[in-house]
Design a binder for this molecule. Sequence first.
Ligand code: GDP
Ligand code: IMO
Ligand code: MG
Length: 422
Amino acid sequence: MATVVLGSQWGDEGKGKLVDILCEDVEVCARCAGGNNAGHTIVVNGVSYDFHMLPSGLVNPKCLNLIGTGTVVHIPSFFAELEAIQKKGIDSTDRIFISDRAHLVFDLHQLVDGLEEIELGAQNIGTTRKGIGPTYSTKAARSGVRVYEIFNWSEFEKKLRALEHGYKKRFGDLLQYDVEKELAQFKVYYETLRPYVIDAVPFIAAAFKANKKVLVEGANALMLDIDYGTYPYVTSSNTGVGGVITGLAISPFNIKNIIGVVKAYTTRVGSGPFPTEQLNEAGEHLQVVGREWGVTTGRKRRCGWLDLVIVKYSTAVNHYTSLNLTKLDILDGLKELQIAVAYKVDGVELESFPADLNTLAKVEPVYKTMPGWTEPTTKLTEYDQLPKEAKEYIAFIEEFIGVRVDWVGVGPGREHMLYRQR
Ligand code: GDP
Ligand code: IMO
Ligand code: MG
């Protein structure tokens, strides 16, 4: 059976930490979509690990890890990340695999990502510039290159040159790219990548046949989903539960739990509407105390109050069976807490989350005000020890969303997770 962990807001909810905790008794951990635009920080015994492309299940030495078909992979970054975790003592030998059907992110795509952002000017998406959008674009245009094609050199070379040719026509001298250099790099990967590449369809089928416990690590988050997010200020893949099915060829009937990870407030990196954003002292508190800097780009994350209109919409799309509320400790000491429970435009309440970004940009959140708590929560070890007001905050979320909060994060470490007995 599979458990799926998904981001319910705009990313960086703390998915990696939950994945690491759940992986203690998981046998296969898989990424289904996205690329190294993701960034997950995991803290184990005071040591901090950053994962981008690699599944966070690698921290558990018994867990096999798959980079699935729906992902896009920048091979130099894959090797660099493996080396970085190796240096911190994680041995990945024979435990990490890449689907041969995943698409390759070239340096070329990364350069194009930057050029497209410049082209957009003030309307830029604020991408991570990891080449994610251009790679999914070439995939959809059927001119992309898949991982297995590295092993058919003449075809591979032809395809990369064709991609370069197309982009050169579009960007001219703005594109400063050396195709020979990238080809030379791939000549090396022709040998070094071979042991990692597998056909992921029988791999996944065999895992379920053997009744293995499978965990799917969602990357990015629902509000960044290409179909359901705040388009065009989104990433270029299906980051929700749909991406799990297409990206890994898992039977929907084999999914037992879908855990939505919800930060106790809201953050967003990059551009786009953000109804509960707080450009004031409260926002400053969340940014500084929450240490809200992106792990992939180092950018400051925009911060605001918890927006339950979004979490409810996200639940309608992803069908969470339980929630992990994270970073509750960051709210410690705040006198009053605000939670958005509806949106109004020109005084009229909207019935659902709007598709139209012009409407979203105009909404005024309707807030429910709740009392805060003064006691620090990070040292707590049991759910029941939480201050009364914190429990009320959680109860309100559960009631509003209609899904139980099974885990509460009160600090960055593995030990800072309160599991709530059923
Ligand atoms: P992900 O992309 O969803 O995996 O999340 P990130 O790792 O990008 O961002 C979450 C950050 O918050 C990381 O630095 C985590 O170490 C940290 N974190 C996760 N859960 C908690 C929590 O409950 N409390 C605190 N204080 N930090 C947390
Ligand atoms: P994790 O897995 C936060 C955002 C980028 C940008 C938009 C498009 O750590 O939660 P892209 O490079 O994907 O084309 O950028 O999506 N974005 C994320 N923001 N966390 C992430 O992943 C993100 N992945 C993409 O900031 O606004
Ligand atoms: Mg992150």
